[in-house]
Design a protein around this ligand. Sequence first.
Ligand code: SAM
Length: 258
Amino acid sequence: MAKNTDLDGLNKENERILEDNENIFWLQVDGEKKLATENLVPGNQVYNEKLVKIKGIEYRTWDPFRSKLAASIYNGLDDFPFKIKSDVLYLGVSTGTTVSHISDIIGNTGTVFGVEHASRVARDFLDRVASHRNNIVPIIQDARKPNEYFSVSKKVDIVYVDIAQPDQTNIAIENCKMFLKNNGYLFLVIKSRSIDVTKDPKKIFEGEIKKLEGSFQIKQVINLAPYDKDHAIVIGQYSGCLLYTSPSPRDRQQSRMP
Ligand code: SAM
């Protein structure tokens, strides 16, 4: 193979950009094609991912075994609405693996509001991720109570839900009613075993998708195997809810005023 002389350092002929989709990158790293994002905080590693410098720019490889959003891209996601300046509401950030890549993608002109209710993982998320990145607003709250997220200041372009709860679809819908722009995107991770271990995962996915059909145009359903067994991600575009819209915290406050 011809040596690539544009790369930083010596003997890096294996590391190069194969595809650049503006916000996500496919790199050739150690003979393998790997997904990556441009590191918003150069030198900062979140989960021991590989940092690769090409033409003076640092990228973080994005592991599909550690992030379901990355797995969905490896498995053929058609539309990737996460862009520079996007605003995102993310339910279930855990220690921040996936949210750190979203933060890379949206850059400092976008915002990701990251909700997590478990205090131990939330502490790791704050120390390892949120405290290093200005575009993340941590919200240590229960996703079942969206009217208590006082720091979500605007409607968002994307709601991403990965909370592994039996009632996660209803939680997702309630959060979208309050915070998702019309025509915005919902990314809903469905873990069939969190809903019913005894049922065929395919039947569970179908049942959850049915709940979304009134308010969302279903764009794609992606099975996440082999990266995550019995998981699917559903992508829906929000058509708004004509019947009932939950009032925002400000509306609630005003309606209580004499
Ligand atoms: N999305 C993460 C990632 O890709 O890096 C992994 C999320 S993990 C599967 C699910 C997370 O959702 C856990 O950290 C859990 O504490 C959180 N969670 C579950 N129920 C929740 C709720 N009702 N409100 C907020 N967070 C919740």
